[in-house]
Design a protein around this ligand. Structure first.
Ligand code: PLP
Length: 225
């Protein structure tokens, strides 16, 4: 794999203001370092243990994004260093991140994961639940987290209209919440778009892409999406 070429080539096509999170899950440190050598610093992982190990062993100026499904009892392993938690899908998890961040005397930026796909197995809040959460006033009571945007995954489908509509739904919510003034929330990042659908995500207004296989090649060992 020509990782540095893949990465720099991809980045040269992105509009300004778009952050590319290079998804390095299952990939060994040597490959991450190839990407790092190009100056890239944002990497995404979705297994807590793997992330904690890589954080320990790799350069400390990497911004580690947690993009997977985070279990409350594992927040403590990444709370000291995680740059952005993308997949927050319950109030319980938000409260636990707040608690662990307080122990570390820091504020952890989080994205609320919104369920936009028509598929069954995806995690996340639905649109109404996000609106309720924001309106409930609970965010003001969690000083050690900040809600910095939204994250979503579209259906894994060839149907472009479907995927476009799903990203559109997420972008509309992002716009709507961006109009509100709520302590503890600032809609900065719209995290959507993966290798197969990032162009559609950019069209919909994404400003944070999570891309793995286009940069690092296909994942070898049963790592799912
Ligand atoms: C693995 C993964 C990606 C990257 O997927 P690719 O298709 O390899 O680009 C993006 N987002 C999440 C949440 C993932 O788990």
């Amino acid at each position: 794999m020509h990782i540095s070429e893949n990465l720099t080539g991809l980045k040269s096509t992105l509009p300004p203001g778009v952050t590319l999170v290079a998804v390095s899950k299952t990939k060994p440190q040597e490959l991450i370092m190839e990407a790092y050598a190009t100056g890239h610093r944002d990497f995404g992982e979705n297994y807590v243990q793997e992330l904690a190990d890589k954080h320990e062993q790799l350069p400390k100026d990497i911004h580690w994004h947690f993009i997977g499904h985070l279990q409350s009892n594992k927040v403590k392993y990444i709370a000291s260093f995680v740059h952005l938690v993308h997949g927050v899908d319950s109030l319980k998890l938000l409260k636990e991140i707040d608690k662990q961040a307080a122990k570390q005397k820091r504020v952890i930026p989080c994205l609320l994961q919104v369920y936009i796909a028509s598929e069954e197995s995806k995690f996340g809040f639905d649109v109404a639940e996000v609106q309720e959460l924001v309106a409930s006033g609970v965010l003001q009571q969690l000083p050690n987290i900040s809600v910095a945007g939204l994250m979503g995954m579209a259906s894994n489908s060839e149907d472009k209209q479907l995927v476009k509509a799903e990203f559109g739904k997420l972008a509309a919510l992002f716009q709507q919440l961006g109009q509100l003034s709520v302590t503890g929330m600032e809609m900065k990042y719209l995290s959507c778009g993966m290798s197969g659908d990032y162009r559609l995500a950019l069209e919909a207004g994404s400003n944070m892409l999570r891309i793995g296989s286009t940069i690092f090649g296909e994942r070898q060992y049963g790592a799912g999406k």
